[in-house]
Design a protein around this ligand. Structure first.
Ligand code: MG
Length: 254
């Protein structure tokens, strides 16, 4: 039933009033007893990194003489680094940058990121993952990030919870979010169907990607965009912080 509802909803994605009512109905029907894995986005969901990404992208595009509204970092969040650069560059200059230029700019963005203060996890999120682990629910991570130390960083904050094999990163996909490929690949990797999965996302393009893969999606709004942006992207539910998310999961799983 869920997948049928989601397909119907996708067809009405631009019809906001129909979509929101339908979305509320679906909330009540979420059958979490069949959930075998929860797939988490990384930036802005597991790790409190979005402010750093925002300032690194701002610095990079300033160096390039390309106008950049910091909100763009949030609207485009979830794209691979390559796709982000191509999108912003093309919008400003009316032509695509060469692959060589993209690669050079992405390296520079990653170097800027290295100068950031040490990152933290999103507040109270370790308790959410610990709870799921106690319920024998598998954990997957689906990120567009191409940072080489992702696994080390995740295991530092979520030791024995996030395992290397269940991380899909920018290195594993041809097409990043909002394409469904990252989440479809995660289903395959974790060994579950879309009906057995639940996605936690904070970004509109991430929500679109998960919904396009037919997975029930809860958005956690940890950034600066309005809740409506996440609802309009297709999120089945929107919560504001990890405590609210934990409450929803505890209610639905028990
Ligand atoms: Mg994110």
């Amino acid at each position: 039933m869920l997948s049928i509802a989601i397909i119907f909803k996708q067809a009405h994605l631009k019809n906001s009033s129909t979509f929101i009512i339908l979305s509320k109905n679906e909330n009540n029907n979420l059958e979490m007893k069949s959930i075998k894995a929860v797939l988490f986005d990384m930036d802005g969901v597991l790790l409190d990194t979005m402010p750093y990404h925002e300032s690194a992208w701002s610095q990079l595009f300033k160096e390039e003489g390309i106008p950049f509204d910091p909100k763009e970092a949030y609207y485009n969040e979830g794209r691979t680094g390559y796709s982000m650069i191509e999108t912003v560059f093309e919008k400003a200059k009316g032509e695509k940058p060469s692959l060589e230029d993209i690669s050079e700019m992405y390296q520079r963005k990653k170097s800027i990121m290295k100068n950031n203060p040490p990152i933290k996890n999103i507040k109270d999120m370790p308790q959410v993952l610990t709870y799921l682990k106690e319920q024998n629910i598998k954990i997957g991570v689906v990120t567009g990030s191409g940072q080489k130390d992702i696994i080390k960083t995740l295991q530092q904050f979520y030791p024995d919870i996030v395992i290397k094999e269940n991380i899909i990163s920018g290195f594993d996909v041809k097409k990043g979010k909002p394409h469904p490929e990252p989440y479809l690949k995660a289903l395959e990797r974790v060994g579950i169907t879309a009906e057995e999965a639940l996605v936690i996302e904070n970004a509109p393009l991430g929500v679109e990607s998960a919904i396009a893969a037919n997975i029930y999606t809860i958005a956690i709004n940890t950034g600066i965009l309005d809740d409506d942006v996440l609802k309009d992207a297709g999120a089945n539910m929107v919560c504001r912080n990890s405590k609210e998310l934990l409450q929803i999961l505890q209610e639905k799983l028990n």
